[in-house]
Ligand binder design. Structure first.
Ligand code: 173
Length: 325
């Protein structure tokens, strides 16, 4: 038997086998993008996740991580997943409020994702995400660290009158209630806005300002922080439905692994970041306890009020389930 013949027989055998087997045996490759820039810490984390998925998903499922905002601009990622231009993405609720306003509520969850799966909050989220965005939300990571207001002008009370602040929907209602003038930009445009003096400050999580060089243009970090960072892996609902039970189960397990990194992020990376900012000369502006309380309460009240107003249908229930009193 010639080698070529053997090869052909082998190829035919594979073809036949594949055709005869149910879809469960086929490896699927899914296309993924990140709403966060390629050179940032969040992108690195999702890259690490994709590597693990691909290593363990041989024969089951592979993910092709296409890129970040250079592939699809930050605020368009939600729509790209909704319409199936890509199969899944890493993004944050604030970046796809153009699909449905409830997306921004995830910054206000007060219990870990594992708990939210048990008490029904995850089901509620997926009902809304499915119905209003054709999205399936499978994993939430990087929480337990807050957002902050970074400033180049000092303040001593929660009042931003006369200041121009870079925002995304995360901070909109809150900073508006503090009287700021608002400028919305994706992360990729913050440096230029600071450099040109278009803004006097910006909202951003505790972690990540070094990724795009903002420390060079930042004098102060306001304490306390507020809310909790939410990054999510979400699928096009149509893609999710097409997967086999085995593939879905595999992905859910991988999602749980991603969430398991949350604690490490809060306990190790957060203190390291605080020190790094200090070493870079960024000063902490700390409000006194009474003003701090006002700041945090204003942050939550402003954001929940806006969500309830924009979504009378789901807002109150979300508030009840995500932030139980
Ligand atoms: O761009 C942002 O400031 C923002 O909304 C966000 C949300 C989650 C994580 C990092 C940034």
């Amino acid at each position: 038997m010639s080698a070529r013949y053997v090869r052909n027989i082998f190829a035919v055998a594979i073809l036949t086998a594949t055709a005869a087997l149910p879809a469960a045996a086929q490896e699927t490759t899914l296309r993924m993008v990140s709403a966060f820039p390629e050179n940032g810490i969040y992108y690195k984390q999702i890259e690490r996740w994709v590597q693990k998925v691909n290593a363990e998903g041989k024969g089951v499922l592979q993910i092709n991580l296409i890129g970040g905002p250079k592939a699809i601009p930050t605020f368009e990622v939600g729509n790209a997943v909704r319409t199936g231009v890509v199969d899944l993405a890493m993004s944050t609720g604030a970046y796809y409020t153009n699909l449905f306003p409830e997306a921004d509520a995830l910054k206000m969850t007060e219990s870990p994702p594992a708990e939210m799966r048990k008490n029904g909050a995850f089901d509620l989220i997926n009902r809304i995400w499915n119905q209003k965005g054709s999205l399936q939300y499978i994993a939430r990571f990087v929480d337990y660290t807050p957002f902050h207001l970074y400033l180049n002008k000092k303040i001593d009370k929660p009042d931003l009158t006369g200041m121009k602040i870079r925002i995304t929907p995360v901070y909109r209602d809150f900073f508006q209630s503090l009287n700021a003038t608002l400028v919305t930009t994706p992360p990729g445009e913050v440096y230029t806005a600071l450099e040109r003096g278009v803004v006097d400050g910006y909202g951003w999580p505790l972690i990540g300002i070094f990724d795009l060089g903002w420390q060079e243009k930042t004098k102060y970090r306001l304490e306390p922080g507020f809310y909790a960072i939410e990054l999510g892996v979400m699928f096009s609902a149509a893609t999710w439905k097409k997967l086999t039970p085995q593939q879905r189960e595999f992905l859910e397990k991988q999602g749980a692994w991603l969430e398991s990194l949350n604690v490490e992020m809060a306990s190790k990376d957060a203190p390291a970041e605080i020190k790094r900012q200090q070493d870079a000369g960024i000063q902490v502006v700390k409000l006194d306890p009474a003003q701090s309380k006002i700041l945090v309460k204003t942050a939550y009240d402003a954001a929940w009020d806006a969500i309830v107003k924009a979504s009378p249908q789901h807002g109150p229930k979300l508030r009840e389930m995500l932030a139980p009193k």
